[in-house]
Design a protein around this ligand. Structure first.
Ligand SMILES: Nc1ncnc2c1ncn2[C@@H]1O[C@H](COP(=O)(O)OP(=O)(O)O)[C@@H](O)[C@H]1O
Ligand SMILES: [Mg+2]
Length: 284
């Protein structure tokens, strides 16, 4: 059970007032995920890949967690834990079988359009149409989100300069490097300047330089007051950018707290494997 009571308190950004000190009473909830369940039907090919005779795969099993305004929240888990499924539900790309998620007051089930206006969903898997140029794609996504002409021009300038896209603005995406493609997909996904950024595996498949550009950018967005939800299986990324972390195992939230509380003086990696052994058992 998960009641939909929303705290209306803003984060008191008074120096000396740590976020953790306010957690649970004064922090402003921006995301509440309640009892998400999602089961996929598996094709014969998928059953083979999963090495299972089961025709169904439970991807999420009663998953709940909360994120607060202005924080970087990390969803950490091994492959297959349910991270992408969770974020795709938050982005309203798929519907859960049960449960709901409320993002800045809008339900993914009953108000998906509202949710889409408030979030930017990014994934390293996003494939841009290779035939189009960054300029064209930027216009396309800006128009899709109803961004006005002046705001569009300002955002293009800011984002293209930031990511060094300017000089490639008229080059077809198919002719760009992988890193530049990723930067273009970042720019077009953020054209509407969303307050909440949901990013599935932000550094997957990126070279170290582009990965740094991306993580530095996420930290900048945080200083602008944005809320960032990332999923990853990379411990160091969580340690570098996250305020709070949820460890997801087999579609269920095993632990969810501030990074300091979860690690309790140990490395995140050590704590992760302790929690894994407790909840799942030994590592094969
Ligand atoms: N469309 C789908 N059809 C069948 N099974 C799926 C589908 N999407 C995800 N799954 C399965 O659900 C589980 C969770 O997947 P996913 O959310 O992608 O995990 P993660 O992102 O943590 O690696 C995995 O076992 C995966 O194979
Ligand atoms: Mg994934």
């Amino acid at each position: 059970m998960c009641p939909y009571g929303f705290s209306v308190f803003r984060i008191l950004q008074i120096s000396g007032f740590g976020m953790c000190a306010l957690r649970g009473n004064g922090m402003d909830e921006i995301l509440r995920v309640c009892g998400l369940k999602k089961t996929f039907r598996l094709s014969a090919k998928q059953q083979k890949l999963e090495k299972s005779g089961d025709r169904k795969k439970v991807a999420l099993n009663d998953l709940s967690f909360t994120a607060y305004r202005g924080e970087v929240f990390g969803l950490l888990g091994p492959n297959g834990a349910g991270k992408t499924t969770t974020l795709r539900i938050l982005a309203t790309l798929i519907r859960p079988d049960e449960g709901d998620a409320v993002i800045d007051g809008a339900s993914v089930i009953t108000e998906p359009g509202e949710v889409r206006q408030r979030i930017g969903f990014l994934t390293s898997e996003l494939k841009l149409e290779e035939f189009f140029t960054p300029n064209y794609l930027f216009d396309f996504f800006a128009d899709l989100h109803g961004v006005g002409a002046k705001e569009k021009a300002d955002r293009r300038k800011e984002l293209f300069e930031r990511f060094g896209i300017d000089q490639f603005a008229e080059v077809k995406v198919g002719n760009l490097s992988t890193g530049m493609k990723q930067k273009v997909s970042l720019a077009v996904s953020l054209v509407h300047d969303p307050d909440i950024i949901i990013f599935d595996e932000p550094t997957n498949g990126l070279d170290v330089l582009t990965a740094k550009v991306v993580t530095d950018f996420l930290l900048d967005l945080k200083t602008q007051g944005k809320t960032i939800i990332v999923s990853t299986h990379i411990f160091s990324l969580i340690e570098r950018i996250c305020d709070r972390v949820g460890i997801i195992l087999d579609g269920h939230m095993a632990v969810c707290d501030s990074l300091e509380a979860v690690t309790a003086g140990k490395s995140l990696e050590d704590r992760f494997f302790e929690i894994y052994e407790e909840r799942v058992g030994g590592i094969a």
